[in-house]
Write a protein that binds this ligand. Structure first.
Ligand code: ADP
Length: 378
């Protein structure tokens, strides 16, 4: 039996699939962008994922191709499919995660609740949207954004003049996404996994805290969410996975509104930062589940080991760049914490690792997780 998974993209998500693959006895290979990538701990080919021939020759060595990110161009994805490669998630599903305007369009068609939005092509169109929404809105570049890069709160069309110029030069639809500034009470995320033959499972709904557009903390399960809220989020994510034909992990980022509704912000069709807690906190981690799902193997249980798990991202790391110097004290002070580092050099704002603590009292767990991660602050 050969179960060979090829992961395009060599970041920390690919890296964290490696131990899960090792435990299941799978053969995992990575197509990395360069020699210093996080996932270079696995068998690694180097190459440019924009180049169809490069990705095709990588794909010939494996049974299924999946991804560490959603940036592989559609023409490359289609070339893989045309060559008979199992691509999971497939190009049609990925198209929805690759472009925020396409995402809003498809979700609106499906009747999924999203913030009020429009595709705007110039300052006049943006001006009209602002006038209709109290003079403030959120503008997003449709492609290539992450960690809040490509998201701006604006009060004037001139605030995104540079972005209008940039999209005018890009291929495809020359528009920006504008949406209402949602007065959310908190942000939530719901992850599910779906295999090609149809089985879908969901992990508990989590609460996420963003700082400067970057995920800083995740609390699982989301406090005060049992019942109606958790059920609604799970139903929504399962429905999106099924309607879009997603295979693998799907993470749905949500806003909870003051009147207790949930709106979909973003979709990610791969393991996601808001699911890292599952490595230490759930029977089946999102990384193991993603591998099972893309190989169309039966999915694992998603229950939690304890009542609460809190994950804190290590952002930036020590200013002197010496991560190792922080290990002795951090590990000594927090034997209960699980530390995960991605083999990335410290740099301001960069996600270089995360820390998870599990337990039965969420406040205690959060306190310990924050204290453990703080050992790596500068
Ligand atoms: P990225 O793809 O860079 O992660 P997102 O679209 O997820 O960008 O936005 C990043 C963060 O910006 C969100 O987590 C949220 O805190 C804030 N944000 C995004 N869209 C809105 C909105 N319509 N209203 C209010 N806040 C928003």
């Amino acid at each position: 039996m050969a179960l060979r998974v090829g992961v395009v993209g060599g970041g920390q998500l690919a890296r964290m699939m490696v131990p899960a693959a090792v435990e299941l006895g799978l053969d995992i290979r990575v197509l990395a962008e360069g020699p210093d990538m996080s996932a270079a701990i696995a068998a690694t080919a180097e190459g440019d994922y924009h180049d169809a021939d490069t990705v095709l020759s990588f794909a010939r060595e494996v049974d299924v191709v999946t991804f560490d990110h959603e940036h592989v161009p559609q023409d490359v994805l289609r070339a893989l499919e045309d060559a008979g490669v199992a691509v999971r998630p497939g190009p049609q599903a990925l198209a929805v995660a690759q472009d925020k305007i396409e995402m809003r369009r498809r979700l609106s068609e499906l009747g999924v609740p999203v913030p009020d939005w429009a595709a705007v092509h110039d300052a006049a169109e943006l001006g009209r949207f602002l006038a209709g929404h109290g003079g403030r809105a959120v503008v997003k570049t449709p492609r290539g954004g992450y960690d809040g890069k490509g998201v701006r709160v604006v009060t004037d069309a001139a605030d995104v003049e540079d972005w209008f110029s940039a999209v005018a030069e890009a291929a495809g639809e020359q528009a920006l996404l504008v949406e209402e500034l949602v007065p959310f009470t908190r942000e939530l995320a719901q992850s599910v996994a779906r295999r090609p033959s149809g089985e879908v499972v969901a992990w508990p709904l989590v609460e996420t805290v963003q700082r400067d557009g970057v995920c800083a903390e995740v609390v699982a399960p989301a406090p005060d969410s049992a019942g109606r809220l958790a059920d609604a989020a799970e139903d929504l994510a399962v429905r999106i996975a099924e309607e879009l034909g997603v295979t693998g992990v799907l993470a749905v980022e949500l806003f909870q509104t003051p009147d207790e509704r949930i709106l979909v912000n973003e979709l990610a069709m791969r393991p996601h930062n808001t699911g890292h807690w599952t490595i230490d906190g759930a029977t089946t981690s999102q990384f193991e589940q993603h591998l099972r799902a893309v190989l169309d193997l039966p999915l694992g249980a998603t229950g939690t080991h304890r009542r609460a798990a809190v994950m804190i991202n290590v952002l930036g790391g020590p200013a002197d760049g010496d991560l190792a110097a922080r290990y002795p004290a951090a590990l000594a002070d927090h034997p209960e914490a699980k530390f995960h580092f991605y083999g990335k050099a410290p740099r301001p704002g960069r996600k270089i690792g995360h820390v998870t603590v599990i337990g039965d009292d969420v406040d205690d767990v959060a306190y310990r997780a924050r204290a453990a991660a703080a050992h790596f602050d500068d």
